[in-house]
Design a protein around this ligand. Structure first.
Ligand code: ADP
Ligand code: MG
Length: 240
């Protein structure tokens, strides 16, 4: 479903992606781990066409990703993205935040979008917050609204960029639980995270990114339980 081949990307003169290779099959959950600055966010942004790249190729659903192409908006609709900062509309209630994209981006009728939004807010455990304002919710609840908002666009895959990093520790579990449910339901996901327990239990595969290159990848149990590369071992020693 997602194929990344020898992708190179520079910011100014600095090469931040140095030939990244990996792929994600339909229904697969891949966790991307690695130190700060290794290029994790950049690769997600390239996959979603938010960033250009100079070398190699990225294919999503059989289509070449090129951020200058007109079809890029179709691609962004098919591949949802959840960020560390959730950026809900502060002056719209929770339900409206979730409906908004379905109506204005996907062109659904307000009735259809509302029904689906209510269903999705139930799925993320917020059935009782439909008419709350974002500011009345905890960070973890806001992130779950953001996930529901992404799901409302009916994506074929979702990219998560450190979705729990901005949350107080006691709020992390509920968000991870929602992501676990999505994984169980067969959603294709790439998750950048420092939550190693989650990676171990939920990911089919783990990729370790270092200096703009994936230097180790494999089944989560192997990469996290028995890393072969010294730099992976070093990193895991620090985060586990
Ligand atoms: P990670 O998400 O793994 O922490 P990033 O993908 O955010 O890493 O960044 C990789 C490298 O690219 C870092 O050195 C970062 O400073 C640099 N970088 C990221 N975005 C930009 C940008 N818009 N302009 C210049 N440099 C950037
Ligand atoms: Mg990042």
């Amino acid at each position: 479903m997602i194929e990344i081949k020898d992708v190179h990307k520079r910011f100014d003169q600095i090469e931040v992606l140095n030939g990244v290779n990996f792929s994600v099959a339909e229904g697969e959950v891949v966790c991307l781990i690695g130190p700060s600055g290794s290029g994790k966010s950049t690769i997600l942004r390239c996959i979603n066409g938010l960033e250009t790249y100079e070398g190699g190729e990225i294919n999503v659903l059989g289509q070449r990703v090129n951020s200058k192409d007109k079809s890029i908006n179709d691609l962004r609709r098919q591949v949802g993205m959840v960020f560390q900062r959730f950026n809900l509309f502060p002056h719209r209630r929770v339900l409206e935040n979730v409906m908004e994209g379905a109506v204005h981006v996907n062109g659904e009728s307000p009735d259809t979008a509302r029904k689906r939004a209510i269903e999705l807010l139930g799925l993320v455990g917020l059935a009782d917050k439909l008419s709350a304002w974002p500011a009345q919710l905890s960070g973890g609840q806001q992130q779950r609204v953001a996930i529901a908002r992404t799901l409302a666009l009916n994506p074929k895959a979702i990219l998560f960029d450190e979705p729990t990093s901005a949350l107080d520790p006691e709020l992390v579990g509920d968000v991870l639980q929602v992501m676990r449910t999505l994984a169980d339901e067969g959603m294709t996901m790439i998750v950048v995270t420092h939550e190693m327990q989650f990676a171990r239990e939920v990911a089919d595969r783990v990729c370790f990114l270092y200096g703009g290159r994936i230097i180790e990848q494999g089944p989560s149990g192997e990469v996290l339980g028995n890393p072969q590369e010294p730099r992976t071992q070093e990193f895991l020693k620090r985060v586990l």
